[in-house]
Design a protein around this ligand. Sequence first.
Ligand code: CP
Length: 316
Amino acid sequence: MRHLLSTRDLSRDEAITILDVAEDMADVAEREVRKVPALRGKTVVNLFFEDSTRTRISFEAAAKRLSADVINFSAKGSSVSKGESLKDTAQTLAAIGADAVVIRHGASGAPYVLANSGWIDAAIVNAGDGTHEHPTQALLDAFTIRRRLHGADSRGHDLDGVSVTIVGDILHSRVARSNTWLLSTLGASVTLVAPATLLPIGVENWPVEVRYDLDIALGAKPDVVMMLRIQGERMHAAFFPSAREYSRIWGLDDERLAVLAADSIVMHPGPMNRGLEISAAAADSPRSTVREQVANGVSIRMAVLYLTLSGEGGKQ
Ligand code: CP
């Protein structure tokens, strides 16, 4: 794997390979010394033009567990604030010998520009680009679902027959897009639930069912309920009457939590708006996989860095 830009590009077998390698990486986390020399001598740059907690620190932890050297770059406090371009930033990273660049950017498509520009000959990993994709989030979500269903020995399994309901701000969500492509490739059935104002144009062409009533969607007893963050920072208009109204109609509150099937799980990519799209009881319940998702994110990101930097087709 040369780059990871999108889950739409991944075949079923490629996705399962990443999940299976992540299982091997999760085994490393169980050891007394949680470090292997697989990427010794490689340099990974975390290039973050947008804020992040989970993605940035888990890529850093992943690279360090593989013994890579890690450089963290955030646009705030860098020469980007003086107007430096993405091209000059990329060429600076090339000059210091970056082998992989993990990029988060507010512009959809920025990782594709880096991968195809010729400015830098490094593996490019998309850590979230605008409203487009967040592939490692979808991979860690699939990994979390697979582990809940099949236990730690879930190698080789896809998600055939699993029902996943994704709820909330689909319009602005790169997580929803990456999950839709990946989960359907793995055989899951995906239902989107949102107010019409928070659904993207063209959603009828996605491999999903669309519903507008959360109670009807939850009445179908999905295996997985994935709540999405309301992305206030990307909203430049009123997409719903008020936060209270949104929470009442589309929030996972304590009453809705109670109607879920006994073995269903509740996911959220974080950061959460507690009390808006998800109640504190739902976020902290035994059904919630929020903390597992974060822990699994390290294993997935180890797998992606390993496969892009030392795997077939990677830069040697
Ligand atoms: N889920 C996610 O991408 O979280 P961060 O924005 O904190 O990285």
